[in-house]
Design a protein around this ligand. Sequence first.
Ligand code: MF3
Ligand code: CO
Length: 264
Amino acid sequence: MIVCRSSAEIEKLRRVNQLVARILAELRAMVRPGVTTQEIDAAAESLVRAAGAEPAFKGYHGYPATVCASVNEQVVHGIPSTRKLAEGDVLSLDMGAKLGGYFGDSAVTVAVGSVSADARQLLKVTEEALFRGIDAVKPGARVSDIGAAVQAHVEAHGYSVVREFVGHGIGTELHEEPQIANYGPGGRGPRLSEGMVLAIEPMVNVGGPETRILGDHWTAVTKDGSLSAHFEHTVVVASGGCEILTLLAGDAARDAELENAART
Ligand code: MF3
Ligand code: CO
């Protein structure tokens, strides 16, 4: 069953998802050569707790950290470590939080210092693919319309969509129904209705779509070692379309932009 949330619940989901968006913007501003992914994770956990929220991933099936930090050929679920980021890396940061009983979830992939034109193009196409998927969300559309839109955009640019990991419903649990594949034909699966809350999260590889899991039992990497990117937003289906709950609203967005601009 896919739950449709009441407006009171949506307000709580807005709060936690805006918190996630604000913290991700702060983490992004920490990304530079020499920083370790553990330092970013520690900052994430203190920011989450300072807001009276809890990390959503820490302890989830034994996951040990607040963020997933996946570098270069790592697709998702990279465990923060003492690895120092290097100029030219791409880092995907995925973070979830729980506040007042409701979950938020979002991810971005960012360039560390200046990166190759190929890496920049991968990030651009993956984020665009997320927005193509989001554009497919409206009452009456079908769940698989999202993945069909994502896949069409990704493959038009010669990249491939990861199959093994999917987006998901989200609300009072981190992962709820439905599963949202990032590929496949449209026009299938349940119809979307107002109040459904979805975390849409395409993972895109420069090379082939296949992944494997490292010996730490978490980190997913591309089988061919090619670069990979991941972007995620949590959205609520609304009249005529959807509202992106993890898009920074108002002043916070300006502040984050200014911080980013100040660094470059
Ligand atoms: N955004 C990812 C997801 O929804 C991150 C989960 S990491 C985990 O699956 F540790 F919580 F599994
Ligand atoms: Co997610």
